[in-house]
Write a protein that binds this ligand. Sequence first.
Ligand SMILES: [Zn+2]
Length: 295
Amino acid sequence: MCASGPHLPAHRPELTPPGVAQIYLERLGVRLEGQSVAGVETWLRVPEWSLGIDVGRSPEPIVRCKHLALTHAHMDHAGGLAQYLALRQLYTFEPPTVYAPAESCADLAAIVDCWGKLHRRAFGWTLVGLRPGDEVALGGGRWLRALPADHVVPALGYAVLERPHRRKPEFAAAAPGELRRLAESGVIIAEPTERVLLAISGDTLPTVLDRVAELHTAEVMVMETTFLDGRRTVADARVGGHTHLDDILARADTLRPHVFIPYHISQIYTPAAARAALAERLPPELLTRCRPLLP
Ligand SMILES: [Zn+2]
């Protein structure tokens, strides 16, 4: 669970801004919460893993996460970083670990250093630069893997994975007593496998759908879908390095997540208009698995 310090009661619902999306992921037994409006603010968190993805303007729920993975250094995703560090310090939460694209770390650290000088007090935190393929342990048997993203600034997606041990195929038919005897004699009967629990694209062109395996193997796929219909064209999406629902529809046959979560939807759509566009345009089998990150 997320850490809680002595200066903030565990539950302060009035500090949570209105409009937070809450999606219970039954297969994973966790909640995905967040707010994401393109250009305005994006943050998501899985409280059970104490993991935040992007910090937005640093609302109270994200401050409780001790791991924060930034997808990129655009203001609507990373602008609240110093506020996040300041609030964690105020609440005496443990110093967090922040992950970010390696190319952006020097500038992020410089901004936080400036705020530390203004406060006359340095912020306690650890900043870890990541490149695609890098992995860090989140605890609880889970890892965070940086995924490539194709945006207009250095950017990453992220996957959360587990490595459960499964019995090797050659022992599939062995009886329990035989397995026990083999294990006791030192034979390795199980091997680690990879289970991708959740993958989040970050801000990106749809090219990642053609080259990032984790977006396809993840049980829960969180995919940037900035524009949803003809109110903006695919060319409009490309200008900002973004994905259009048309790009998803063109690849819909290849998408097999148990849960598909479009996010980073443009502010030109009200939540109701966004739901209507998705309902009208997604093929039925993808629509039944679609749970957009909307209030
Ligand atoms: Zn961006």
